[in-house]
Design a protein around this ligand. Structure first.
Ligand SMILES: [Zn+2]
Length: 597
């Protein structure tokens, strides 16, 4: 059997080697891998969006809006483009380039960096929106928006993680100086009064504290800055903000609210920051509190396949509007789940797989055929109509229905909000970064997703079959996570090494292999459970057909740009593809230098 397998492989390689090369293709060492979900191709699409969507005539200023109901589709600026989006595009691009390892986007990263520096006009180290704008209603006053600045800080911090340039560190320190200026401190807490600060603002130390994303959005960047640089003042600020959110959450709630911050993205991003901080400081009480809110969000505001409501309450919505999904909220649910899985709640790995395999990667706009481009209009200072479908390929949906990229009853119709494109790219990296990890002399494969790591190569045949192969690059013990009983039949798990059956031994949710030698391949196989489950989302009952953790179909189906049309996944054998095989050890070891978010 083994000889036959090798023979088939040799034949396949020979067939490939004999095939004529396409333009731009080079002969080299190749390998045959299952043609299944590969986050690299999603990150490549993100790079397309992040580098081609912005406005080159205005220094690569991103466009917040994509409007697709008209012909041609339109990109349009708004006030978020001055400070919020350059930061988002920078952290999204750095993250996507980590996944692909390509040079594409390296120039545009510097464009976004320049935009951020150019906005530091207020003398406090922070970024200020201009007093007058050709496309946003002018107030005649510059504005420093704290949520905007969170993005800029994250963008610069991502750049700093890659290059460690003192100039970038100086700007980051300058931004923290600015935060000190506007912060209120009281009894171990820290918070900010309001999101928008104007030049004549004076801090009122008796201000009645209220939790909001302008304060809580800063926990993640500050605790990460501490972890990267050792800055004690950043750590103190993160802890102060975290204490503030935990203790003032209850008194800030509006009637009927549980999360407190109505925008689910804002609320979950805050919780992710708290989980990061509590994991760092060992504050078990606050960690448990944050986990309860994440669980509430997963159970009450989201579907099991990763559609997450934009708003907890119906703020900003008319009675006839439906609740729709913002990809930023999907990413932050994934982020919280990844962090919780690493902080003592390993069951959250299943949520990550269910979201990533379904709504999250499904909500990336890869086929832009449904966007109109036949009409002609001239670009102006506010809008661009040129090649919009090609430029937005790789964005993530802004207002999505459970079964469709387009929600016709969304509170904003015919539109995509382009905060989601960069945050989606960052989300791809968060998952990619944690597929497999080495520690205590062993390697753990947490997610059944394809990845080349310094320690092993993970090749997943899911959802065609429940087969995960791990080719070892180092001699070490191996642990491979098996999904929960809801998704696979754990009683029928089989393990083998180099095709020879070995006994199945469990370590929690992982099957464990004693030391496996470099060059050996371990295989884990299990039956994927096939079930149809009904979920009621925003008053509509959806029949969702599952194979393991992958959705095969949804009923009722979508109309405009339907999701989950996945007939091909009914096949029992994964198709194979041939790709370049890293020749140099250094290329594989790139993962050792991955940044850490
Ligand atoms: Zn968004």
């Amino acid at each position: 059997m083994k000889t036959l397998g090798i023979l088939c492989r040799l034949i396949a390689l020979a067939v490939f080697a004999a095939a004529p090369l396409d333009a731009g293709q080079t002969a080299g060492r190749t390998r045959e891998v299952p043609a299944t979900l590969d986050l690299r191709s999603h990150a490549e699409a993100s790079i397309n969006f992040l580098t081609r969507q912005p406005d080159p005539a205005q220094g690569m200023l991103p466009y917040f809006w994509t409007f697709f109901d008209d012909d041609p589709a339109e990109l349009r600026h708004n006030h978020w483009d001055y400070c919020e989006n350059p930061g988002r595009f920078l952290y999204g691009l750095v993250a996507a380039r980590q996944v692909t390892g390509s040079l594409e986007g390296i120039k545009e990263e510097r464009d976004f960096e320049r935009l951020i520096y150019a906005a530091m006009t207020g003398g406090d180290g922070l970024c200020w929106r201009p007093a007058y704008s050709p496309f946003a209603p002018g107030t005649g006053k510059a504005e420093m928006n704290l949520w905007d600045n969170r993005s800029d800080f994250m963008g610069l911090l991502s750049l700093y993680m890659v290059y460690r340039e003192p100039r970038v560190r100086e700007k980051l320190e300058g931004m923290i100086d600015g935060l000190e200026k506007w912060a209120i401190r009281r009894d171990g807490y820290m918070y900010f009064e309001r999101e928008d600060i104007y030049p004549d603002h004076a801090v009122d130390p008796d201000h009645q504290p209220r939790v909001g994303q302008h304060s809580s959005g800063w926990i993640t960047p500050l605790i990460k800055y501490y972890q990267v640089t050792g800055s004690e003042r950043a750590r103190r600020m993160a802890v102060g903000l975290s204490n503030f959110v935990a203790d003032y959450h209850g008194t800030s709630l509006k009637p009927g609210a549980v999360l407190g911050i109505s925008n689910v993205h804002g609320a979950l991003f805050a919780l992710a920051g708290m989980i990061r901080t509590e994991a760092e400081t060992g504050n078990a009480k606050q960690l448990e509190w944050a986990e309860r809110l994440v669980r509430y969000s997963a159970e009450k505001l989201a579907s099991s396949f990763g559609w997450v409501r934009e708003m907890e309450s119906r703020e900003w919505m008319k009675p006839e509007d439906s609740n729709s999904c913002e990809t930023c909220a999907v990413v932050d649910m994934i982020q919280c789940a990844l962090l919780l899985a690493q902080a003592g709640y390993p069951e959250y790995w299943d949520l990550v797989e269910c979201y990533v395999r379904n709504y999250f990667t499904g909500a990336q706009v890869l086929d832009t055929g449904w966007l109109k481009s036949a009409g002609q209009r001239q670009d102006n200072v506010a809008s661009s109509y040129s090649s919009v479908p090609e430029r937005v390929r790789g964005c993530f949906v802004g207002w999505g229905a459970p079964n469709d990229l387009v929600d016709e009853k969304a509170r904003v119709k015919g539109a995509i909000q382009n905060c989601c494109g960069p945050h989606g790219a960052w989300g791809l990296f968060l998952v990619w970064h944690r597929i497999a990890a080495a520690g205590d002399g062993a390697v753990r494969v947490n997610l059944s997703l394809n990845k080349e790591t310094p320690w092993c190569r993970v090749s997943s045949h899911r959802p065609y079959s429940g087969r995960v192969e791990v080719l070892m690059h180092r001699t070490m013990p191996l642990f491979v996570r098996v999904p929960g009983e809801n998704w696979v039949d754990r009683k029928k798990v089989r393990c083998s090494v180099d095709g020879k059956a070995v006994s199945v031994s469990w370590d929690g949710d992982y099957v464990s292999f004693p030391v496996i030698r470099e060059g050996q391949a371990a295989t884990v196989e299990y039956p994927l459970l096939e079930k149809t489950r009904t979920e009621v989302l925003d008053g509509v009952a959806y029949k969702v057909e599952w194979k393991g953790q992958t959705v095969l179909s949804i009923d009722p189906p979508g109309k405009a740009a339907p999701l989950f049309e996945r007939e091909c996944y009914r096949a029992r054998q994964a198709p194979l593809k041939v790709e370049a095989d890293p020749v140099f050890r250094g290329e594989i070891d790139r993962a050792l230098h991955e940044i850490d978010w």
